[in-house]
Design a protein around this ligand. Structure first.
Ligand code: Z5A
Length: 217
């Protein structure tokens, strides 16, 4: 039986560079022989992608924050049972663009929902599953918003005001502060080359510390 894989999540406010840097991390980890599943939340499965479409759509009916929270966890339940757990159990590493820390940041920090409600759903849906390692790409909310707005049409979250994204950032930084070593915070307001130099160091350290299990032929 293969050893369990490493579960890495990448977090941050909008436009901090998650997609750009996940592509970089993926290439670096694969180059070092890591058998990797790259995925995202909300999404990663057919159901999850369908829920993502509904969550990001700018509709006529405002989405109730509790409905939004439950949709995030419905997508997560499907994602964990059909993709994340099987990959980790087979010894593959999982690199996930956002996970439950995003729920604490957006639904609790941003929308003001009770952390205990999220904690209850987290235990119910995930059991003991938690990320092993979390990279937080941190930048002032205004920097991320400006980058995202340069890309064109805005989704339902991207239409939120600056204060919403400032609360999201504060919540992420509080989680990083109180997490015992799981978080690694990177200053994502630096030029991309400087961000990626730090990511490269992390890839080297992670593959050295955790060992790389090559896929079975
Ligand atoms: N959400 C939630 O509420 N609760 C949850 O539990 C979960 C999610 C899981 C969709 O997520 C929404 O779901 C999200 C939170 C919510 N909404 N928001 N906001 P998403 O991750 O798909 O959405 P996003 O945060 O908006 O991601 P994004 O817009 O794709 O941004 P990004 O991936 O972080 O950035 P990027 O596309 O890589 O970079 C943006 C631009 O900046 C691009 O032109 C880059 O070339 C440029 N860039 C990147 N890095 C740099 C640096 N260092 N310097 C200069 N320019 C840079």
């Amino acid at each position: 039986m293969s050893a369990r894989g490493l579960f890495i999540t990448v977090e941050g406010g909008e436009g901090v560079g998650k997609s750009t840097n996940i592509a970089f991390l993926e290439a670096q980890l694969r180059d070092r022989g890591v058998d990797l599943l790259v995925t995202r939340e909300p999404g990663g499965t057919r159901l999850g992608e369908e829920l993502r479409r509904l969550l990001l759509a700018v509709g006529e009916e405002a989405l109730d924050p509790m409905a939004e929270l439950l949709m995030m966890f419905a997508a997560r339940a499907q994602h964990i049972s059909t993709r994340i757990e099987p990959a980790l159990a087979a010894g593959r590493w999982v690199l996930c663009d956002r996970f439950t820390d995003a729920t604490y940041a957006y639904q609790c920090g941003g929308r003001g929902l009770d952390r205990r409600a999220v904690g209850t759903l987290e235990d119910l849906v995930q059991g003991p599953l938690r990320p092993d390692y979390t990279l937080l790409l941190d930048a002032p909310a205004s920097t991320g918003m400006a980058r995202a707005r340069n890309r064109g049409e805005l989704d339902r979250f991207e239409l939120e005001e600056l204060g919403f994204f400032e609360r999201v950032r504060t919540t992420y930084l509080e989680m990083a502060e109180s997490s015992s070593g799981r978080y690694h915070v990177i200053d994502a307001s630096q030029p991309l080359e400087a961000v990626q130099q730090q990511l490269l160091k992390i890839c080297i350290e992670l593959t050295a510390c955790w060992g790389v299990r090559h896929p079975q032929p």
